[in-house]
Design a protein around this ligand. Structure first.
Ligand code: ZN
Length: 465
């Protein structure tokens, strides 16, 4: 399947045929995680945990069900999620007094408890996160990892004594995002969403968008400043040193399995998946290449190589199945394993291995004496090269658009007067929409692409996935 000719079909095929997802579960949009896909997601989660934990955020786990009356306290929030909620209305044969809903996100599950946890300024900042499944009834066409009804979701929630401290948290979230994206070898853009497109209940929303090879964008994460929009209705107040009671300032940071969807979309090629080494469930597959009469000794050498790599912390797999090496190569290539380590007659006799890179096809020789270091160096080189390649491709997708007719696939930079009318006008006239105000691009001035008014605001316009 050619990625460039039909990206959408290519994507569906590579995620299903290589063990990342199984869509045959009898509820649409609720997919099964088979071992290869789940291992990859857990490796992404491990990076997320490392980045949150190392900055002093603590992991928690809240219940899945939320009572209706607790959900309804923040009016904008409920308006935004109302149509997507799954309800639990009965327990056995009995109607419930208060209906329960499956969390679409956990603000309304957590915040009544925050109101009891936080008493004084000494309890602040509160910084927690959880990795759980959330549920949203998507009405658009579902797509593995990108648009699903049961979502593998990561949500960070913080409470602060001041708006400024909450703003500092948002900057830290961006740092965390950079470190996570490094592990995924993915470039991303930050866009402050226009008001009509922000998270329901938020003061503002910064979205983390990745450009896909077909010129559309995928939001892989979002960071929200709530001010005290939730703290007031949920009663999350703290006592200042002078005894006055004030509502806290809150932020959230949401990430999801979409990160995996973006990894597949950005790095994959016509052969199949290309897994970045930091999140590859198998970083190196060791394949014995037997010759008649020496299969046993070559197999033994291959096993030694596998054991040494595993002991050194490389996620290695020994493929000793009784099928032709060529078939093994093909299968592991499609699964995107970064390195193939071949052990044949010459390798066994001269004490070296042949390493073949998935990203470039390049072959190299690693001496037995420096096997572990040699493999690790190659894995690092592959990661660097994937990062570079993705950044170069992404750059090609960005362009300037001076008139509505210039707007096409990719990221279009336009001048925008800031009005909702002109913002939505772009959507109506071109089918692409304003992603928001990009960071670091607000220099000079020009004329609004719709009304022609002079403006100093640049906006990024694209077709979201
Ligand atoms: Zn305008």
């Amino acid at each position: 399947m050619k990625k460039e000719e039909n990206f959408s079909d290519w994507y569906n095929e590579v995620v299903e045929e290589n063990g990342l997802t199984d869509k045959r579960y009898p509820i649409k949009g609720m997919n099964v995680w088979p071992p290869y896909g789940w291992k990859t997601m857990l490796l992404i989660d491990a990076i997320v945990r490392r980045e949150f934990d190392s900055r002093g955020h603590d992991e928690v786990n809240f219940p899945l069900l939320i009572p209706e009356d607790q959900f309804e306290k923040e009016k904008e929030h409920i308006k935004g999620f109302d149509s997507q909620v799954f309800w639990v209305t009965k327990a056995g044969d009995n109607e419930l007094d208060i209906r329960l809903l499956l969390r679409p996100t956990s603000e309304t599950a957590m915040y009544p408890l925050f109101a009891t946890w936080i008493r004084s300024h000494a309890d602040l900042p509160l910084r927690i996160y959880q990795i759980v499944n959330t549920f949203r009834y998507e009405t658009k066409q579902t797509r593995a990892f990108i648009r699903v009804r049961e979502i593998h979701f990561i949500e960070g929630h913080t409470c602060h004594a001041t708006f400024e401290d909450a703003e500092r948290q948002i900057n830290e979230d961006i740092e965390i995002m950079r470190d996570i994206a490094k592990g995924l070898c993915l470039p991303f853009r930050i866009h402050t969403r226009p008001d009509w497109d922000k998270f329901p209940g938020a003061f503002y929303t910064k979205a983390i968008d990745t450009l896909l090879p077909d010129g559309r964008t995928l939001q892989i994460a979002s960071i929200h400043q709530y001010r005290s929009n939730f703290a007031v209705p949920y009663g999350i107040y703290f006592e200042e040193e002078d005894g006055t009671r004030k509502p806290v300032f809150q932020t959230t940071f949401g990430l999801s399995e979409r990160m995996l969807g973006a990894v597949v979309a950005v790095h994959g090629d016509d052969m199949g998946l290309v897994m970045p080494p930091p999140i590859a469930p198998v970083q190196a597959v060791v394949v014995p290449v037997p010759v008649k009469g020496e299969a046993g000794s070559i197999g033994g050498e291959a096993e030694k190589v596998w054991k040494r790599l595993s002991a050194a912390g490389v996620r290695a797999r020994l493929d000793s199945r009784d099928i032709r090496p060529g078939n093994k190569y093909y299968e592991w290539e499609r699964k995107g394993v970064p390195l193939r380590i071949e052990v044949g007659r010459r390798e066994a006799a001269e004490k070296f291995v042949t390493a073949v890179r998935r990203d470039s096809g390049e072959k190299s020789r690693i001496d037995g004496a420096s096997l572990e270091d040699g493999v690790k160096e190659l894995l690092d080189e592959i990661s660097d090269s994937l990062r570079r390649r993705a950044a170069e491709k992404e750059k090609l997708l960005e362009k300037e658009a001076a008139a509505l007719a210039d707007i096409g696939p990719g990221l279009n930079m336009v001048w925008w007067c800031g009005s909702e009318e002109c913002g939505k006008g772009i959507d109506e006239k071109t089918g692409s929409s304003i992603l928001g105000i990009p960071e670091g691009k607000q220099e000079g001035s020009g004329r609004c692409i719709v009304c022609g008014k002079e403006t100093g605001t640049r906006a990024a316009v694209s077709r979201p996935m």
